[in-house]
Write a protein that binds this ligand. Structure first.
Ligand code: HEM
Length: 158
């Protein structure tokens, strides 16, 4: 029961994180592209601020539940007298998952912070450049997330 609960939390967190990235890249950004810079950048700053708060919780929950599940499986195998060998697709999930959290950290604590300063100083060209960088890193994280989902759900390579 605990294992299933951890897995449910793991997947629900990923739905918030990956679903939010899809929404922001494919629906929100194109819709606000025609707004004048000051309005667009202020709006994106506000929306991303709210989204990143949710992602902070979701990414930490993904990490904690993932490591917890790994630990439980490893402990059970070792207690049963076996030696724990992690399937390759779990290793890929864990390594790329940690990379995704690190990329999110860069987006939230470096780029988004700078965006906040640009908005406060009404430096719209700086803000626009930062939004482009944030968009690029979100695309990379979305690509990694989809790759990890495919690897995990197809259970390949074993
Ligand atoms: C942050 C490091 C991560 C660790 C340590 C980790 C670890 C785990 C573990 C141990 C499981 C249980 C697997 C099983 O019972 O078969 C699991 C399930 C799962 N993980 Fe992760 N994970 C991490 C990140 C991610 C990421 C970033 C994604 C997707 C983008 C992801 C997607 C999934 C999915 C879809 C499942 C359910 C698989 C199934 O039951 O078929 N995980 N994870």
């Amino acid at each position: 029961m605990l294992y299933s609960t951890l897995k449910a939390l793991h997947v629900l967190s990923l739905i918030v994180w990956i679903g939010g990235m899809v929404f922001s890249q494919f629906f929100l950004r194109p819709a606000v592209a025609q707004l004048e810079p000051a309005l667009r950048i202020r709006l994106m700053h506000d929306v991303l601020g709210r989204f990143f708060q949710a992602v902070l919780a979701a990414s930490l929950l993904t990490l904690v539940t993932g490591v917890w599940m790994l630990g439980r499986v490893a402990k059970q195998v070792v207690q049963g007298g076996g030696s724990f060998e992690m399937p390759l697709f779990w290793t890929i999930m864990a390594v790329l998952g940690v990379a995704m959290v690190a990329i999110f950290g860069h987006i939230r604590f470096v780029l988004y912070k700078r965006l906040g300063r640009a908005v406060a100083a009404a430096e719209w060209s700086v803000g626009a450049a930062l939004l482009t960088q944030i968009r690029t890193w979100i695309s990379i994280n979305l690509g990694l997330g989809v790759l990890v989902l495919l690897v995990t759900l197809l259970r390949w390579p074993v």
